[in-house]
Design a protein around this ligand. Structure first.
Ligand SMILES: [Cu+2]
Length: 196
């Protein structure tokens, strides 16, 4: 192989791995206590499927609160629910798309799990011991998602360049979607203002 050919192969590898940009911006949640906990995600990517991740996601139950409050996952992800409190906790969901599962009741230090199969499912997580406990799993068909921080900022990194529909989901406020062009390098800024 000539030196020129070697260099062009290296350049090819370097550029092909760099054809991805970031999506970032700020969410403003009107009429809500803060601008965090909104899920910004790319809608269906045509002709592309993403294998279920082997790595489990986790939701803790600590001081009578589900942590995190909002957990987006790729379809096929198993979520491990840990009890970190001195009292018994339960996890169940009344939502059909999560098969109305009920994992029973378990003590501190133990974990029970559920596998979320269906993308487009946004089931509420409840505890039948503590009616005030509530959280959501947001099941998506691709791994390009982010949850906004309390100040509303979010960032989805390393998205393959291209045109997509970007969506925002919130537990109480109306969803929105917008067309977005992800550059081959650098970022695109998309801000959202959501309301009831
Ligand atoms: Cu509980």
């Amino acid at each position: 192989m000539t030196r020129g050919a070697v260099i062009s192969i290296i350049v090819l590898i370097a550029t092909s791995s760099a054809i991805a940009g970031d999506i970032r911006g700020k969410v403003k949640a009107r009429g809500w206590k803060h601008s965090g906990d909104a899920v910004v995600h790319i809608d269906k990517i045509q002709g592309k499927t993403f294998p279920a991740p082997a790595k489990h996601a986790a939701m803790d139950q600590k001081n009578l609160v589900f942590i995190p409050h909002i957990l987006p996952v790729l379809a096929g992800t198993t979520v491990d629910y840990q009890n970190s409190d001195d009292v018994l906790h339960n996890v169940f969901s009344p939502d059909k798309c999560a098969e109305k599962f009920n994992l029973g009741t378990w003590p501190k230090g133990q974990t029970r799990s559920y596998l979320f199969k269906e993308a487009g499912c946004f089931p509420v997580m409840l505890c039948n011991v503590h009616p005030e406990m509530e959280a959501y799993i947001v099941v998506l068909d691709n791994p390009y998602f982010a949850v906004s921080a309390k100040d509303g900022s979010y960032e989805i990194t390393n998205v393959p360049a291209g045109k997509y529909t970007l969506k925002i989901w919130h537990e109480r406020l109306k969803s929105q979607s917008v067309e977005v062009q992800v550059p081959e390098t650098g970022d695109v800024v998309v801000d959202f203002e959501i309301r009831r």
